[in-house]
Design a protein around this ligand. Structure first.
Ligand code: SF4
Ligand code: FES
Length: 363
């Protein structure tokens, strides 16, 4: 297979964040401020990414607004010719900063929504007053006409609020709503019992999204990520390993996906030491699971192998203990019974489960 150039890059500018959501996709071992890349190193990485063929840059975290140089980084990405998307909780964005980001060439904002009421949102985000501040930022974004996607991370505690979530997306002037059911990587794995929705919630969500999609066509577009554990087949995670996108962690490690560091036998090159082009095309980590040759017979003989590429490598490792296995979410996987067991264990513990909020260690 010829390796295509990447289309998208996620720059995790920092792991710092005023919120501490229990489903955060950041690794459980968070990096402190002292390990973060300097402004010029990021700017150089953006130029390298554009040269490599990347079109879209997602400025993410943690909370990217925790970086004082966010405007400079946005300008550098814009000048490199990248389409820039800021993935933010909104906390740390002021009207003045939004003006500066717009002037620096910011193309799009993806605003997270933890819940539809202050009580729920602040409890999920672990940050009192966060909801009110987010609503003020959303209004400032709306006033400026900046293209907005609302990213609602959904789980057991807020899925019943989906109708209100959809109404809020319309009221806030969002063009797109991501109904993103929690994926069990990073901190979410520590909170599986507290976060896993019920099968009934999942079925109701599918119906509501389909109904709203038809009703709001032309007003609001939907991206729906259903809960993996109730699916028959896995998603094509990252559009295939080392195929469509890459991530850079706050300390400069170049990763095929946000959870790749959970695969212990892989080592990842750092943008401080190695050109991005060499990492993308030649590094053992990016080549480890490219294509489909590494997959077992279950996938090799399956008509969906070029659709989902056997699913998620990190999930295969986490549940089946082998990153090269068929994703156990697949009903054809010999390990599918493990997903059913995880589901029943989580449901048995759900009522007594409390949140483990993410925390960043002090240096
Ligand atoms: Fe996808 Fe493999 Fe399952 Fe087929 S057997 S649906 S290729 S994960
Ligand atoms: Fe790593 Fe899916 S999260 S391959």
């Amino acid at each position: 297979m010829t390796t295509p150039p990447p289309i998208a890059m996620l720059a995790e500018l920092t792991h710092r964040c005023p919120l501490s959501c229990p489903y955060c996709s950041n690794p459980v071992a968070l990096h402190g401020k002292e390990t973060e890349l300097a402004t010029e190193t990021w700017a150089d990485a953006f130029v390298q990414a554009a040269d490599l063929g990347v079109l879209q840059l997602h400025l993410s975290g943690g909370e990217p607004a925790s970086r004082p140089d966010l405007v400079d980084l946005t300008r550098a990405a814009h000048e490199a010719g990248l389409y820039t998307n800021l993935i933010t909780s909104g906390i740390g964005l002021t009207p003045k900063r939004l003006d500066a980001l717009e002037a620096a060439g910011l193309d799009h904002i993806q605003l997270s929504l933890q819940g539809t009421t202050p009580e729920l949102a602040d409890r999920i985000g672990g940050y009192k007053g966060g909801f009110e501040r987010k609503m003020m930022v959303a209004e400032e974004i709306r006033k400026r006409g900046l293209p907005l996607t609302l990213n609602a991370v959904m789980h057991r505690h807020n899925l019943d609020d989906l109708d209100r979530t959809i109404d809020m997306a319309v009221e806030l002037g969002a063009r797109r709503l991501e109904v993103a059911c929690v994926q069990f990587h990073g901190w979410a794995t520590l909170n599986r019992a507290a976060l896993l929705p019920t099968r009934e919630q999942t079925e109701a969500t599918k119906r509501k999204v389909a109904e709203a999609e038809a009703r709001l066509r032309g007003t609001l577009a939907f991206d729906f990520v259903p809960p993996d554990y109730y699916a028959d087949y896995p998603k094509a995670c990252m559009g295939g390993w080392g195929t469509a996108g890459l991530n850079i962690s706050p300390d400069g490690k170049v990763l095929p996906c946000h959870a790749a560091e959970t695969i212990p036998h892989l080592t990842f090159d750092n943008i401080r030491d190695t050109p991005l082009r060499d990492i993308w095309y030649d590094s053992p980590a990016f080549n480890a699971y490219r294509g489909t040759d590494f997959l077992p017979d279950t996938c090799q003989s399956c008509d969906r192998v070029e659709v989902d590429f056997g699913g998620c490598r990190c999930q295969a490792l986490a549940i089946a203990g082998d990153a090269a296995a068929t994703d156990p979410v697949c009903r054809r996987s010999p390990d599918h019974g493990r997903v059913d067991r995880l589901l029943s264990e989580a449901m048995a513990e759900a009522d007594s489960a409390t949140f483990t909020y993410r925390v960043i260690p002090r240096p």
